[in-house]
Ligand binder design. Structure first.
Ligand SMILES: Nc1nc2c(ncn2[C@@H]2O[C@H](COP(=O)(O)OP(=O)(O)OP(=O)(O)O)[C@@H](O)[C@H]2O)c(=O)[nH]1
Length: 413
């Protein structure tokens, strides 16, 4: 934030601009008028207090912005190429303050200071006019728009190649159309275009796209300009994907977990019953798995669970169907659109596939096989009131399959 030196009042008391009823912009205006009365040497002395170095990139961006917006008399002289960074003080001292006595004075000074700030910010920032034309851009924003692939000598890395283009050119749909609409609405309603961070996908100069979020801040000048701050979301998105995967899948079998199963059953039940489609649930439980663990150990037991989960996952006929690990050695399927007969066929296929699995590659005997028991419940014409009731019926059917001798399928009636 620009901090202005306090002005002594007649009684020598230091009074803040708020106390005087002045906005920071008024105060800045007043200071610039006073600055006009100072000699250039006095300006240089004031500027000497600023020691921040300004690199060549910042100077190039600043010159471009000033050229685009300032009248002839306000143009900065082109500095000689310097081998060491030019102190900001030298640049300010070399900038003539004898520009016209009206709002242009305020605008041009404001723009120059704004451009200096933009160049120094760590965030990717660009400044656009009311039509979206880019007027200022910092190195971070150029790097971002080029997909981070710029070399030091790359022409794309020069602000001249971006200033003058429109910000919309970099936006993918639907944000491009949305932004255009916001611009048009703003012109009609004369209201300020401001926006909290929104997600968007950028079209990169080198091809490809980049997930970002950007915010828009309105800056009040004689003609409005807007500061756009862009943040790269690539890292956040990949972390989110990773977390989402951990929160929704079973880490051993990679099937959906119980949470996803319950949510899917609710939504699929709703969708199927509303559209009068059948829906079936199958619960699959490994037979005598405790014996398997006791005989071959838990590590082999884990491999067995993974193998069976793999068979179940590959048996699903469509993306709408869900296979989940429901408990320790228990799996469950949601089969939208499946009536009892179709669910029975599916269960029979799974039973045969699991029965024929071999475990010789795990060092077990060729004779070792595993079986499963399955319970099915199908909702066809209103026998169940909820998805949970359907699931309970499948569980009861599974219980009967176990009681009837295992390695069998029982259909709820
Ligand atoms: N290796 C391994 N074993 C598990 C896992 N989760 C549960 N189990 C085992 O699964 C077994 C389940 O035993 P029970 O509930 O008695 O069922 P069962 O032996 O399969 O007998 P029935 O279901 O009646 O046929 C227990 O030994 C658990 O330790 C797991 O993630 N890995």
């Amino acid at each position: 934030m620009l901090t202005l030196p306090p002005k002594p009042y007649e009684d020598n008391r230091q009074v803040s601009c708020a106390e005087k009823g002045l906005s920071p912009a008024d105060e800045f205006h007043a200071m610039m008028r006073k600055a006009r009365l100072n000699t250039q040497r006095e300006n240089a002395e004031m500027a000497q207090q600023l020691t921040m170095p300004l690199d060549e990139f910042s100077l190039a961006a600043m010159r471009t912005a000033v050229k685009a917006s300032a009248p002839e008399s306000a143009l900065m002289p082109e500095p000689e190429p310097a081998s060491t960074p030019t102190p900001i003080a030298t640049q300010i001292a070399a900038t003539p303050f004898s520009i016209p006595d009206d709002d242009i004075l305020f605008d041009d000074c404001y723009r120059s200071v704004l451009n200096l700030l933009v160049q120094q910010l760590m965030e990717a920032v660009l400044v656009v006019d009311a039509s979206g034309t880019i007027q200022m851009i910092n190195a971070k924003a150029i790097e971002l728009l080029s997909g981070g692939k710029l070399g030091a000598s790359d022409r794309l890395g020069e602000p001249e190649n971006i200033i003058g283009k429109t910000w919309q050119e970099y936006l993918r749909e639907p944000q491009k159309t949305r932004y255009q609409q916001m611009l048009e609405e703003q012109l009609v309603s004369q209201c300020q275009l401001e926006h909290a961070p929104i997600e968007a996908s950028l079209i990169l100069a080198e091809g490809g796209s980049l997930d970002v979020e950007f915010s828009i801040s309105y800056l009040s000048l004689s003609s409005p300009i807007f500061a756009i701050v862009i943040r790269d979301l690539t890292k956040h998105k990949s972390e989110y994907q990773q977390l989402y995967q951990w929160a929704s899948t079973d880490c051993l079998t990679k099937l959906a977990n119980r949470r996803v199963f319950d949510a899917s059953l609710r939504s699929q039940w709703q969708a199927c019953t509303t559209s009068a489609k059948p829906i079936s649930v199958v619960i699959i439980d490994i037979d005598h798995f405790k014996l398997f663990n006791d005989k071959y150990g838990h590590i082999q037991g884990d491999h067995c669970l993974q193998r069976i989960a793999n068979v179940i996952a590959h048996s699903l006929p469509s993306d709408e169907c869900v296979a989940a690990r429901y408990g320790g050695e228990e799996f469950a399927l949601i089969l939208p659109g499946f009536d009892a007969k179709q669910a029975q066929s599916m269960a029979e296929y799974i039973q045969l596939e699991i029965n024929s699995l071999k475990y010789t590659d795990l060092g077990l005997d060729d004779s070792v096989t595993v079986s499963v028991s399955q319970g099915i419940a199908a909702e066809v014409d209103g026998q169940f009131r909820t998805g949970t009731a359907l699931l309970c019926a499948a569980d009861t059917a599974l219980y009967r399959a176990k009681a009837d001798g295992r390695n069998r399928i029982n259909l709820s009636c």
